[in-house]
Design a protein. Sequence first.
Length: 261
Amino acid sequence: MNPKKNLFGINIDAVRMPEAIADLRSWIESDVPATGCRFVVTPNVDHAVLLQENLALRAAYEDAAMILPDGHPIIWASRLLRQPLPERVPGSELVPKLFDSFQASGELRVFLLGAAEGVAFRAAENMKQRWPRVQTVGIYSPPLGFEKDSAENKRILNLIAQAKPDVVVLGLGAPKQELWIHQHHRQMKAKAALCVGATIDFLAGEKKRAPVWMQRAGIEWLHRMCSEPRRLVKRYAKDAWIFPQLVLRQMSGWDRAGQRT
Ligand code: UDP
């Protein structure tokens, strides 16, 4: 069991990237527990804000087998609140690092679920070049509104069961991917599922991550906002208003529901 740090009501695993990869490898090498396919979530500021009001997302987080800090502000807040997390473990880096690890030793079967039509196919092509020992055994881009369609959900679970992946990479955006896996992980035939947002787009070269200097400076969000302003400006404005309040509240010992933390 990894050490945890409680930040804004989220029990975040206090691990570095190599420990997160070691955990994933151990899940992949063992049987699926009776509670279902283990899943990983990667909170950023937006998740922390959403979680305060979205009870379904909170429940999904409570059932996650590993919670890894995606954004710099989560790390900064953890230090400010004296619950220090050792480093960022973003989903978009976790996936390539996991593939590197299996390329170095072993073999991995991967199912890519999400991203726009055709994108996962291009991701699989790139993966074949870069990580020949990582086999993409299935891809699927679900249609709009799929999450509310029980026949479609059953179809997705069947596709995954037939493909027999070790890992499902879920790129459906937040909070959809977390809610979906929480609802279906008991029926999912895979050793691990990773809720990692735009990672399939990054693997495909469809979207570019921010330049390294921006990542290091903690302003990757600015790069994302400039590349998708219509979708992200409103979200980031709300997050910039609420997140500092969450930090201040925890600092003064009270959470948003008025409970002592
Ligand atoms: N996406 C999807 N189906 C949906 C909604 C989103 O496949 O119903 C994909 C979208 O194509 C993109 C990813 O989810 O590949 C969005 O990830 P991102 O991390 O940008 O979303 P966020 O979590 O920031 O909303």
